[in-house]
Design a protein around this ligand. Structure first.
Ligand code: C2O
Length: 521
């Protein structure tokens, strides 16, 4: 295995989109940022130097960080921010992981422009479990505001209302040059802040082979659905003789809330075609096309081969039910005297002043409590709009797990304001999605239908609007692990919590000590 060194200079850079230019925060002056390329089991050292006026931290989304939680990145969870003028070396090993992941800033809304791909190739001489593609391309889907992104969220926090939706989606590259008669692999990343997306290519089917850096049983589809935080690898065979085909991405949101209705387009451009504008067009499904999303998601299965088995936990130590949704809290200084908040089991998470991992490792009291509720406060009809438990409680509460405990977690959308999709991301682990459904989770009936054989394994899961999803994971990674909605606006409002996993007794079962350059608060 190799040790690979990267340097990220985080700098302001004038960037042009939608015909106007503005300074944005970038990695090495690039948007999207540079791609990290490594192989399974390699060690990566990224020296991040903060040249901008904002506090900074970078998260390596989907990398498990086994025993190295100090390098995970979420500000005030596993590190204090890198202050202006300071630097920090993120040092981690890609143990047993290969596929497409990505990195992004994990503080304020800086991830709008600070993000890029991570490509982890299989170990040398280990082939993909599908025919080797002729070429691989990275497709980063983003979101763009004409105004300053920090101003957008600060304005929303002051008013207590929802922030303005973005002005456009972006697809990096705009043109994917291809030759006829070949198979390409697209590594697609949804880096948008607040929107789940449909993605399709005119005149070409997509064969899905991997999601969130885990192999799936290959299947063909016209359209993929990808939530913020998720990654999807697809194979595209260029079976046409030539031409220019539209690549399109647009919003999936089956709730009556404001979203960006713009379709971002790029072109799959066969060699020999003259101009770059697509001549074969396509349209993505309407934004509320729930059935398209449901079909796609229910087609996802772990590859579950001998080489890549799905090790679904069968015996469960902690059976948890978390409601996720929005509420309203009083706010005397806000426009309506109230502000939108978000919560899990009615707890709106309050960010601490020093990082939770420090408080955990050095036993600093008064930073968090370990009493996060395993169930909602009172049973009620989650999917109807009602005012029970409408106001939320604030707290920095964690759920504690012993090393190697197994968890079944049902994430239930609540419709207190309106039912809505929530892509939940768990740091430090992959999990299996063993079941999903619409309406209220039924603890007697639904578990009987769980797939415990080849459920999809991922790190970010879309909780369906007005429905639930059930995931399982094994707490084999000691440390403090954030879980939150990957719609950035919901994270800001408090739809987040963390698990604390204690050390095990074995020789390789404890959180390593912090690196010497660990940032100070
Ligand atoms: Cu991709 Cu906590 O985030």
């Amino acid at each position: 295995c190799m040790v690979r060194h990267y340097k990220f200079n985080v700098v302001m850079k004038n960037t042009t989109r939608l015909c106007s230019t503005k300074p944005i925060v970038t990695v090495n002056g690039r948007y999207p940022g540079p791609t990290l390329v490594a192989r399974e089991d390699d060690t990566i050292l990224v020296k991040v130097v903060n040249h901008v006026k904002y506090n900074l931290s970078i998260h390596w989304h989907g990398i498990r960080q086994i025993r190295t939680g100090w390098a995970d990145g979420p500000a005030y969870i596993t590190q204090c921010p890198i202050q202006p003028g300071q630097n920090y070396v993120y040092n981690f090993t890609l143990t047993g992981q290969r596929g497409t992941l990505w990195y992004h800033a994990h503080i304020l809304w800086l991830r709008a422009t600070v993000h890029g791909a991570i490509v982890i190739l299989p170990k040398r001489d280990v082939p993909y479990p599908f025919p080797k593609p002729h070429k691989e391309e990275i497709v980063v889907l983003g979101e763009w505001w004409k105004s300053d992104v920090e101003a957008v969220i600060n304005e929303a926090l002051k008013s207590g209302l929802a922030p303005n939706v973005s002005d456009a989606h972006t697809i990096n590259g705009y043109t994917l040059p291809v030759k006829p008669g070949k198979t390409y692999m697209l590594r697609i990343i949804n880096a948008a802040l607040n929107e789940e997306l449909f993605f399709k290519i005119a005149g070409h089917q997509l064969t899905v082979v991997e999601v969130d850096a885990t192999y799936v049983k290959p299947f063909k589809t016209d359209t993929i659905v990808i939530a913020p935080g998720q990654t999807t690898n697809v194979l595209v065979t260029t079976h046409r003789g030539g031409g220019k085909y539209m690549v399109a991405a647009s919003t999936f949101m089956d709730a009556p809330i404001a979203v960006d209705n713009v379709t971002a387009t790029a072109t799959l451009h066969y060699s020999g075609s003259l101009t770059s504008a697509a001549t074969t067009l396509t349209s993505t499904p309407p934004k509320n096309a729930t059935s398209v999303a449901t079909n796609f998601i229910s087609s996802l299965r772990s590859l579950n081969s001998k080489q890549y088995p799905a090790n679904v936990p069968l015996k469960i130590d902690h059976s948890l039910l978390f409601t996720v949704g929005l509420g309203v809290n009083p706010c005397p200084t806000c426009v309506n005297g109230s502000r939108v908040v978000a919560s899990i089991n009615n707890v709106t998470f309050v960010m601490p002043k020093i990082s939770l991992i420090q408080a955990h490792f050095f036993n600093i009291s008064g930073v968090f409590t370990s009493d996060f509720p395993g169930n909602p406060p009172a049973p009620f009809n989650y999917t109807s709009t009602q005012v029970t438990n409408f106001a939320t409680k604030q707290g920095t509460r964690l759920y504690r797990l012993a090393y190697n405990n197994t968890v079944q977690l049902v994430l239930q959308d609540t419709g207190m304001i309106t039912p809505e999709n929530h892509p939940l991301h768990l740091h430090g682990f992959n999990f299996f999605e063993v079941g999903r459904g619409l309406g209220n989770f039924n603890p007697k009936k639904d578990p009987k239908k769980f797939n415990l054989v080849d459920p999809v394994e991922r790190n970010t899961i879309g909780v369906p609007s007005g429905g639930w999803t059930a995931i399982r994971f094994r707490a084999d990674n000691p440390g403090v692990w954030f879980m939150h909605c990957h719609l950035e606006v919901h994270t800001t409002w408090g739809l987040k919590m963390a698990f604390v996993v204690d050390n095990g007794k074995g020789p390789n079962e404890s959180l390593l000590p912090p690196p010497s350059d660990f940032p100070k608060c």
